[in-house]
Structures are given as C-alpha cells and as structure tokens.
Write a protein that binds this ligand. Structure first.
Ligand SMILES: Cc1ncc(COP(=O)(O)O)c(C=O)c1O
Length: 460
C-alpha cells in the first residue's frame, strides 16, 4: 500500500497494533501515536500530514549523501536484477563485495588492507570481540580476554555491542555486560573536568585507561575500544590531548586499539575517519551507517595489518560470519555511495567549508541564555542546556529540559536529538551554507520557546 492510501490515524493504529519500535516505551508510544515519515529529498523529510522537516540527524547519523541520490538507487536496482544475493561462505565472492573491499582499503588509513563485512554496527562490534580474542589465542596468549570501553559509550544493541557500550539503562536489562568487558569513565569535561583545563583533563581521562590496565593486569587486557567522538552519548568531543595519550598507553602495553567509526566514519568529522581527525592509529575500525548512507543495511570491520597477518598467516579457519557478510546489493550501494562522496568532494567540503560554517553557527548560539556550552566537530554538534550559564548548573533531572526542547523542534519542522541536557545534531554532509543558516534559525526559535517554558514554569 502506498502512503496516501491510509490516513495518519490508520497508520498509527496499525503501527501500535503490530510494530515494536527500538528503544521505545511501547505503551506510551501506542497512546501518543508515531509520527509517520513518508518521503524525503536532500536534507528534508515529509510526514504523512505533509509537514516538511529539516533532518538535522541524517536519519540516524547515516544519510551522509542526503536523500534521493539517483546513483545509489540505480546501483541497488542494477544489482538486484543481476544478482540479488549470494553468500561469501563457501569459497565464493561477488564482484560488488570485492570491489567495495578494495575501495574501503583505499579510503582507509594505510594500515588497513582487509575488511570483514557484517550487516550492522552491532554485528561489526560482535565481530571485533571475537576477532580480538581470536588474535590473542593464535598468539598463544588466551588469557588476554578483557576489552576496556567507556561509560556512556554506544557500541550497539546485540549482547556484545550493548556490553561494550556503557549505557547503564541497557546494562540494567538482561544481565549485561557479558564477562570480560570493563569500563572507565568518559572524557566529558563538563561532568568530569573538576576545574582542570580541557587539555589537562584530556590527559587525566586517558590515564584512567592506564589505571584500569594496571588493576586488571596488562597480560589480561586484549583491547581498548572507543568512538572518536561519542555520538549517542551526546556528541562528547574529547580534548585534543585525549586520543594521542590513549594511543601511547595502548602501545606501551601492546593492547589493540579499536576505533568505532560507525558514526564518525565517511566524512562526518571532516576526514574519511574520525581516528584521522584525532590523531590515532587503530588496529581495527568498526563501520556501518555512512558506508551506504543508510540506504541499505551494511556494516563491518576494517582489519589492520597487525591483526590481519596473524589471522591470515597463522589462524586457520575463523569460525565467524553472517549470511549477509558482503551482501551484493548492500555492497553495490556502498560502492556507489563512496564514489559519490568522492565525486562531490564531501569530506573536503566538511573540513574546509560547511564544517567551519557549522562551528561558527554553534558559536553564535553560545550567547543564548539557555546554552552553557556549544561544540562542533565536522558536521556534528552539541548544545548544553543549563540552568545557570556561569556555573553550568544543570536543570533538575525531572524537568527533562532536552525533551522539552526536542518537542519544540518536532513541532517546528526540525529533527534534533536530545541526550539528557544536550541537544545534538549531525546533518547530511550535503547540507549547504544557506541550509545551515536555516537550521540555526530553527534551533534558535526552539531554544527561545524552551526558554519561555522555563520562565513560565519557574524552572530556574
Ligand atoms: C558508535 C556506534 N557503534 C555501533 C552502533 C550500532 O550500529 P547498528 O545500530 O547499526 O547496529 C551505533 C549505532 O548508533 C553507533 O553509534
């Protein structure tokens, strides 16, 4: 059935009757009714009521090339006709998977020549856990099992992904984390800086890793994993000193470094991968989302030579894989997407043009009475909403200030996400300067409406 054949109400009723949404209070949503999104073009979405919405979240951090790109649509259609599916298990491969592996190696930092395909970021991180442990097994150090991550990290929602992640709400359901995963605190200066300068704090936060390694025993630690910028945790941009110090510590103890590039990859930070922006040299990189701009599901792990050589030369069979590892349609779309990113020069554009423009726009929002801090990195940004600008004192949790602001965004044709008291964005990389102005005007309007609520309700 096409969207126009049902009313919004009919869609909502059928949705509530059958569709269990991710990360959703099912009962509350059923009462309220979902917003039904029916089409998209460029950086805009339309809902079933005909409202136009500026999608400042790129779907879910994925639609890097924007909606409606004909090259991706054609690539999918062509591949579906030619060969819609074949697996890569039984000593077989398909041309799109081979070509995408080749192109991924080309755009990745030089230590990466191999890729293991998965269907999503979560599956990519499950692969990381199995691969890292297998690596140490092959090297005769099977006691190296522990993977260290950070509180408030997001690495997916499978058992391993949710365990690697540091979301307390997720750990509270279903006996997580699984054994062998440990967490240190995040490099979030506003909460953990305690009066230190940002750069000094970056070093302190990185050294929490060294403390943890010493507590566990270096001979038991397999790897450290982190997102260059924590996305779902609220666009937490670490101080510039953080990642180089993490790299030094991993090198010192011979621990593998894993960069989860599911959000930061494919131009988001102004380089092809976030690790390049932050000056680290990971052994493994998880990717998903932007690899196909979200048009079809695809994820995987870029495997650096340190790990690949051991797996290939000494490992025998690696007992791991997915039906959709190297799915030909997904890989054909991935290829078209990466070629388009290159053709449009999107990575350079984020670095030299729209990234700095967004940084300027966010700097101007710092003057708003509700905004305590405004940060941007490439095309991702966060506004910290505070009760008191001078002390950065937060609103009481029960006010739900982020959700109040998000409500205004929804009502005013803007998709912006709330993470606690942080309002975050990650618009498509094709956004223009004029559209950044339009987005900033909308954000300012929603902040004003939120401030009016604060004043009316006496929240400060
Ligand atoms: C950094 C990071 N890693 C992994 C994932 C999980 O990816 P997926 O939802 O495709 O399983 C996400 C999803 O948002 C993510 O942001």
């Amino acid at each position: 059935m096409t969207p126009s054949t049902r009313t919004t109400r009919q869609w909502q009723d059928a949705d509530a009757a059958h569709f269990l949404h991710p990360f959703t209070n099912f009962q509350a949503l059923a009462k309220k009714g979902s917003r039904i999104i029916t089409r998209a073009e460029g950086i805009y979405l339309w809902d079933s009521e005909g409202h136009k919405i500026l999608d400042a979240m790129s779907g879910l951090w994925c639609v890097n090339v924007g909606y409606g790109q004909q090259a991706l649509i054609d690539a999918a259609a062509r591949q579906m006709k030619e060969l819609p599916f074949y697996n890569a298990f039984f000593q077989t491969a398909t041309p799109p998977a081979i070509e995408l592996a080749e192109l991924l190696a080309e755009v990745s930092p030089p230590q990466f020549k191999h890729v293991f395909f998965a269907g999503s970021g979560s599956e990519g991180n499950d692969t990381v856990v199995r691969m890292v442990r297998r690596y140490w097994d092959i090297l005769g150090q099977p006691e190296r099992q522990v993977i260290i991550s950070r509180h408030n990290a997001y690495h997916g929602s499978t058992m391993a992904g949710a365990s690697l992640g540091g979301m307390s709400g997720m750990h509270a359901q279903g006996g997580l984390p699984i054994p062998g995963i440990e967490h240190i605190n995040q490099p979030y200066w506003v909460e953990n800086g305690h009066g230190l300068g940002r750069d000094e704090f970056g070093l302190v936060a990185a050294r929490w890793l060294e403390e943890k390694i010493r507590i566990i025993g270096p001979e038991k630690v397999a790897a450290f994993i982190g997102e260059p910028v924590q996305g779902a945790g609220g666009v937490i941009i670490p101080p510039a000193t953080y990642w180089p110090e993490i790299q030094r510590i991993c090198d010192k103890y011979g621990i593998l470094l894993v960069s989860d590039e599911v959000i930061c990859g494919f131009g988001r930070t102004g380089r092809w991968f976030g690790c390049e922006t932050f000056g680290m040299k990971p052994d493994l990189m998880t990717f998903a989302k932007g690899v196909t701009s979200g048009y079809v599901p695809l994820g995987g792990v870029m495997v650096g030579e340190r790990v690949a050589r051991v797996l290939i030369d000494q490992g025998g069979e690696f007992e791991h894989g997915y039906t959709y590892s190297g799915h030909p349609v997904a890989c054909a779309v991935g290829l078209a997407n990466l070629r388009l990113i290159r053709e449009l020069g999107l990575v350079e554009r984020v670095h030299d043009d729209v990234g700095p423009c967004l940084a300027e726009a966010f700097a101007s929002l710092r003057e708003h009475p509700l905004v305590g801090d405004a940060e941007a990195c490439g095309l991702m940004g966060a506004l910290l909403l505070v009760r008191d600008k001078a002390s950065l004192a937060p609103f009481p949790h029960q006010v739900g200030i982020g959700m109040v602001c998000r409500g205004h965004c929804f009502a005013n044709g803007l998709i912006m996400r709330a993470v606690g008291n942080r309002m975050i964005i990650a618009p498509p990389l094709v956004i223009t300067r004029t559209q950044i102005d339009e987005m900033t005007t909308l954000i300012r309007r929603c902040l004003d409406l939120t401030l009016a609520d604060v004043q009316r309700e006496g929240w400060r």
